[in-house]
Structures are given as structure tokens and as C-alpha cells.
Write a protein that binds this ligand. Structure first.
Ligand code: GDP
Ligand code: IMO
Ligand code: MG
Length: 425
């Protein structure tokens, strides 16, 4: 039997997961999303074209790879249909090619889940999570509250009744908010999309994935969001509503923990966060603005400006521990090309102590980062295509991180395109 490799974000999301899953997909027979939903925006660039995927796994552009939306994912049928329509219009039709399957046990995002998300965020005012307003939290609430509707339910004769029952419940909750809404258009689009997703094969992801493993085929689980947004281990309550960590791949696909193989942990050469919540190394100045502009740090899903800061080693160590990371992937090194000096946070000063972990009270007391200065490489690395041409100072930055993090960096990304990727070991 083979094992499932996992690729996931070690920061607050948007590390570049989509790009690297696309790069690695020729090595795999199956790419499987295991959690999250269309709050994700995974960007891929190749042959001068750019695609953003929300629900569809990033292996979709590889001819020989199958793609699975696993049971741990929450699916908005309207968004999934739109994604597939857009792909079709661009000459890629994974449904016609039989390259996409969906887990029957994946939960559905209803239009009223989005309304609940919006009503709740509106009510929280300045304390809001800064959610993507895709209905993620309310859908996972209904899942754990045992009220949810699943993909497999769409083929049952009483689907509409079940839908109405849940929507009644949601309307009752919405009546407690001062929140105006009109469901008519969304509801029509929802039922049209439901008919469409019935045409995509439904599978039991646990049998499907384990079947691949039994046949000796290679599977890569594609994470969404990032470790620091994990519902259990992230900066709660400023998190998403799923387990974004390796453990989430087990429950989100139906594989046993001892079936996990390599774990690729992906991180930016600096750090970003979108939405509310603590961010110890955040740069609220022109340096942060520079990172944002050079790195085009605007959300792939919502277009919001991403908060930017220096790399945070205590946070990365925490993420590596939680996920059992075996290999690191460093992204967006090129964004730092113009800096004379870059900085890495090695510790925090917190409540009068020097610590190297993320403290529980990070929500209420901001830790002060202890920064180490690192000489910049001051070289355009976007065209570097062999390891020998990597500037010595960039290699030194990577070696410094490897020493601190005790995990090797296997890939280095120097631009958004598929080809701007170097294999270091
Ligand atoms: P994901 O959610 O983890 O898949 O990441 P996003 O797609 O949300 O954000 C990553 C952004 O950085 C996208 O716009 C990518 O096209 C871009 N990107 C990925 N790798 C690199 C890189 O090495 N350099 C630069 N400059 N951009 C990159
Ligand atoms: P990818 O997969 C970055 C953030 C939101 C918000 C918090 C909760 O592209 O890396 P939610 O809509 O999940 O209830 O929002 O999580 N968030 C992301 N940030 N990248 C993402 O996905 C994210 N998905 C959710 O901004 O702070
Ligand atoms: Mg993203």
C-alpha cells in the first residue's frame, strides 16, 4: 500500500498552495481537497494564463491526475458550478473528461448559511472575524450540530423538504438579527447548481482514497487556509471552522493516521494574514506596504488587502510540530529581492519573558517580536532556473531557516508561474 502525502500551509493561508500542488501533480494519481470550502482561493499560473480555484483541487490541469473534493470540504454548489463553467469556457472541462469526483458526505453550503455568516459578522462590528462571508462557519456549525445537508442527500426524494426544514431554522435565527435579505435569486441559482452537481460522480471518499492506496497509486491531500487558522490550534476565535492541519486530512478524506506519508509544509519568505486576529510580526508601515505591493498581497477570493509582516519562526515551529512536516517549501522569495535587510522573528518578548512559542493569551496581549537582521540578496531571482544560480545570501537565508526549523527546504518558488520553481534537494 502507498501512503497519502499532504501539502498544507504553515502560516495564515495564501502561502501558494495552489501553485505547488499544480507543480507536484504530475507525480500523483489523485489530488484530494480535505477541508475548508470556497473561502479558499488557490492561484495557478502557466503558459501566460492565470486561474483561481475555490473548491476544485489544484491537480485539475494535469491530464493524468484525478481530483477529489473530500468529505471534509463544505461545498457551495453555486460557486462550484461557476468554477466549472469558467474552466469549461477556458477550454478545460474536468467533468466531461471524468477527472473530478465529489464525496457524498461533503456538506452543502446553503444560501442561508451565507446570510447567517454575514448577519453575524455585521453584528460583531469591530470585533468581527473578517470571514470571507462564504458561509463556512454556519455550515460547519450545522455539520457538528447534526443538522446539515450533504451532497448525497441531493439525490434523495425528500431533498427539497430537508432543505426547507433547515432554511426555516435559519430564518428563525436570522429574525433575531437586524438584517435585511432576499433569498429568491440565490435560491433559484442554488437549485440549478444542485442539478448540475448531480452530474458529477459522487463517491465515498474513504473507499475511494483507500482504493487508490491499495492499488499502489500516489495520492496528495491539498490543504486549504493555513495552520494558524486551524479551529483547534489557530488564534481562536480568529480562525476558520475546520482542522487545517494534517489530522484534518485523516477525517476529511477517511484515511487512517498511519497512512500519512510525506508532509509538505509551505510558507512564504515573509508572512501575511487576511482578516482579523493577532499577527505578532505585522508591519503597519511603509515596509509592510512595500511587501503588499511587490507581493501583490490582495486576496484571491475577496480582493481584500492582506496584512504583511516578517517571517515568524516561533509560529512556523509550532506549525511544523502540529503537522509532522517532513519537507518545507519556501514561496515568494522574489518579493524580498529589493530589500537591503530583511528580518526574521526568532522569539517573542511576552509578559516580561522571552519565549519561542505562541502564547495562549496572544489574543489579548500582543507579543513583541525579537527580530534578527539578515542581509538581503539584492538580485532579481525571478529568472533563476538552476540551483547553482541562487544568490549566496538567499541560500544563507534558507540555511538559517533550515537550522532553526530543523526541516529541509525541498522547493523554492521565485515567481507565480509553474516554471518559477526550483527543487533544492
Ligand atoms: P494559496 O491560497 O495558498 O493557493 O495562495 P494564493 O493563490 O491565495 O496566494 C498566493 C499568491 O502568490 C498568488 O497570487 C500566486 O500567483 C502568487 N505566487 C505564488 N508563488 C509565488 C512566488 O514564488 N512569487 C511571487 N511573486 N508570487 C507567487
Ligand atoms: P486559502 O486556502 C487566507 C480567513 C478569513 C478570516 C478567517 C475566517 O486561499 O489559503 P472564514 O471565511 O473561513 O470563516 O474566515 O479565515 N481565511 C483565509 N485567509 N487564505 C484562505 O484560504 C482563507 N480562508 C479563510 O480571512 O480571517
Ligand atoms: Mg489563497
Amino acid at each position: 500500500m502507498t501512503q497519502v502525502d499532504v501539502l498544507l500551509g504553515l502560516q495564515w493561508g495564501d502561502e501558494g498552495k495552489g501553485k505547488i500542488v499544480d507543480v507536484l501533480s504530475p507525480q500523483y494519481d489523485l489530488i484530494a481537497r480535505f477541508q475548508g470550502g470556497p473561502n479558499a482561493g488557490h492561484t495557478l499560473e502557466f503558459d501566460g494564463k492565470k486561474f483561481v480555484l475555490n473548491t476544485i483541487p489544484s491537480g485539475i490541469f494535469n491530464e493524468k491526475t484525478m481530483n477529489l473534493i473530500g468529505n471534509g470540504v463544505v461545498i457551495d454548489p453555486i460557486i462550484l458550478k461557476r468554477e466549472l463553467d469558467n474552466l469549461k469556457a477556458a477550454g478545460h472541462d474536468p467533468v466531461a473528461k471524468g477527472k473530478l469526483v465529489i464525496a457524498r458526505k461533503a456538506h452543502l453550503i446553503l444560501p442561508t448559511h451565507q446570510l447567517l455568516d454575514a448577519a453575524n459578522e455585521q453584528k460583531m462590528g469591530k470585533d468581527k472575524i473578517g470571514s470571507t462571508l462564504k458561509g463556512i462557519g454556519p455550515t460547519y456549525m450545522d455539520k457538528t450540530g447534526r443538522n446539515g445537508l450533504r451532497v448525497g442527500d441531493t439525490t434523495l426524494p425528500d431533498f427539497k423538504e430537508r432543505y426547507n426544514k433547515l432554511v426555516e431554522k435559519h430564518k428563525e435565527i436570522l429574525s433575531h438579527y437586524e438584517f435585511e435579505y432576499d433569498l429568491t435569486e440565490k435560491e433559484a441559482a442554488f437549485f440549478e447548481a444542485i442539478e448540475f452537481i448531480k452530474t458529477i460522480p459522487h463517491v465515498d471518499s474513504e473507499h475511494y482514497v483507500n482504493g487508490f492506496l491499495k492499488e499502489g497509486k500516489k495520492v496528495l491531500a491539498e490543504g486549504a487556509q493555513g495552520t494558524l487558522l486551524d479551529i483547534d490550534f489557530g488564534s481562536y476565535p480568529f480562525v476558520t471552522s475546520s482542522n487545517t492541519t494534517t489530522a484534518g486530512a485523516c477525517t476529511g478524506l477517511g484515511i487512517a493516521p498511519n497512512r500519512i506519508g510525506n508532509v509538505y509544509g509551505i510558507f512564504k519568505a515573509y508572512c501575511t494574514r487576511v482578516g482579523g486576529g493577532p499577527f505578532p510580526t505585522e508591519l503597519d508601515d511603509e515596509v509592510g506596504e512595500n511587501l503588499r505591493q511587490v507581493g501583490h498581497e490582495f486576496g484571491a477570493t475577496t480582493g481584500r488587502a492582506r496584512r504583511c509582516g516578517w517571517i515568524d519562526i516561533p509560529a512556523l515551529k509550532y506549525a511544523i510540530m502540529l503537522n509532522g512536516v517532513t519537507e518545507l517549501i519556501m514561496m515568494k522569495a522574489d518579493v524580498l529581492d529589493g530589500f537591503d535587510t530583511i528580518y526574521a522573528c526568532t522569539h517573542y518578548e511576552h509578559n516580561g519573558e522571552t519565549i519561542d512559542y505562541m502564547p495562549y493569551d496572544i489574543i489579548s496581549v500582543k507579543p513583541t517580536p525579537v527580530l534578527k537582521a539578515i542581509e538581503g540578496w539584492k538580485t532579481d531571482v525571478t529568472k533563476v532556473n538552476q540551483v547553482a544560480d541562487i544568490p549566496a545570501k538567499l541560500s544563507a537565508y534558507i540555511a538559517f531557516l533550515e537550522k532553526e526549523l530543523e526541516v529541509p527546504v525541498k522547493y523554492l518558488s521565485v515567481g507565480p508561474d509553474r516554471v518559477q520553481t526550483l527543487e533544492l534537494i
